[in-house]
Ligand binder design. Structure first.
Ligand code: SF4
Ligand code: SF4
Length: 331
């Protein structure tokens, strides 16, 4: 059963980068130290910022990210604090190295999901993208988390480097016992933006031919599959999550974005100063959200226009959806 997960103002999602440091150097890493800082947030600051969002919404979900969040020695304290503050769900995104013995410091009651990143069904492809040894480390991390009773997700960032292995993920996910599978589009930001004109995003025809078929195949194994909708026909409604949803992407330098595609630029609409969340002056991302263009997402047109296509009269052939609009398929 497939459904489009529409945006909701009722749920707040906090994507909390508690540090930007990482043990890996993935080819597509979106972390941009110049824009996001290089600090590891002190425990008291993490707690203070978590409190701000818990007070703002009774139904907030938090996703701890980095860099590699398990490199933060106080991640377990942050998880416990989020629990006490009443966060609706707590997720840890990890590259699988699981530093600081994190699986022994939190329990499946504390953490709803450990979300692992793997970008290839084979060791060769994954390690070409993420670095030598990562495949084995990630698989071992997943197995350890499942043995300890944690729910697990796997995130696969699709690019021209690995789309042909997506189909091979089905047996691997089933063997491992993964609960949810997230397919993402590679964003042209961070290191990917530095790779210039190299074609990293797959074409619209490849995306539409491969992704829904693989998603259905994996869902039939009893695994929930979530993938971005990406393309809208001209008569489908377009919504910008920056205007109609409550997603916050927090970085250690205090910047808070509403749109992940803005993260390479000083366009954040909020900022933490002395642990108080303030609005930033114009011009910021909000000024872009409000632009109404026939191509759909404004930031897509600005930073990854190669995925647009136009008719002879100059009008777009289709729209590009907000990157946060997802399809969810369950078997
Ligand atoms: S694991 Fe994540 S933060 Fe670390 S290098 Fe890879 S993409 Fe960047
Ligand atoms: S990705 Fe596009 S549509 Fe979504 S929040 Fe950003 S600007 Fe808005």
């Amino acid at each position: 059963m497939k459904k489009t997960v529409t945006f909701s103002k009722d749920a707040t999602n906090i994507f909390f980068h508690i540090l930007t440091n990482c043990n890996l150097k993935c080819r597509h890493c979106y972390i941009n130290p110049e824009q996001h800082g290089e600090k590891s947030l002190p425990s008291e600051t993490i707690e203070a910022w978590l409190k701000v969002f818990a007070e703002k919404s009774k139904d907030a979900n938090v996703i701890f990210l980095g860099g590699e969040p398990t490199m933060h020695p106080d991640l377990s304290l942050a998880v416990k604090k989020a629990k006490v503050l009443g966060y609706n769900s707590i997720t840890i995104d990890t590259n699988g190295y699981l530093f600081n013995d994190i699986l022994s410091k939190v329990t499946p009651d504390d953490v709803d999901y450990f979300s692992f990143s793997l970008d290839g069904a084979t060791r060769q492809t994954n390690d070409m993208i993420r670095g030598k040894g990562c495949y084995d480390k990630c698989i071992a991390g997943i197995q350890k988390a499942i043995t300890k009773g944690f729910h697990t997700s796997l995130i696969y960032t699709v690019s021209t480097d690995n789309i042909l292995e997506l189909d091979l993920m089905a047996p691997l996910l089933e063997d491992l016992g993964i609960n949810r599978f997230f397919i993402q589009v590679i964003g042209i930001r961070g290191k990917s933006a530095e790779r210039g004109r190299e074609r990293l995003q797959v074409s619209r025809s490849e995306w539409l031919k491969i992704i829904p078929v693989v998603a259905n195949k994996i869902a039939r194994l009893g695994i929930t599959v979530i993938y971005p909708k990406v393309y809208l026909s001209l008569d489908e409604p377009f919504e910008c999550a920056g205007l109609v949803a409550e997603n916050y992407f927090i970085f250690p330098n205090g910047r808070v974005y509403r749109c992940p595609l803005c993260e390479d630029f000083p366009l954040h609409s909020k900022v933490f100063k002395d642990n108080i969340l303030l609005n930033t002056p114009k011009i910021n991302e909000y000024d872009l959200f409000e632009l109404n263009i026939p191509e759909g997402c404004v930031m897509n047109k600005l930073i990854q226009p190669d995925n647009l296509s136009y008719k002879k009269d100059g009008t777009p052939e289709y729209k590009v959806a907000c990157c946060m609009l997802k399809e969810e398929v369950r078997g």
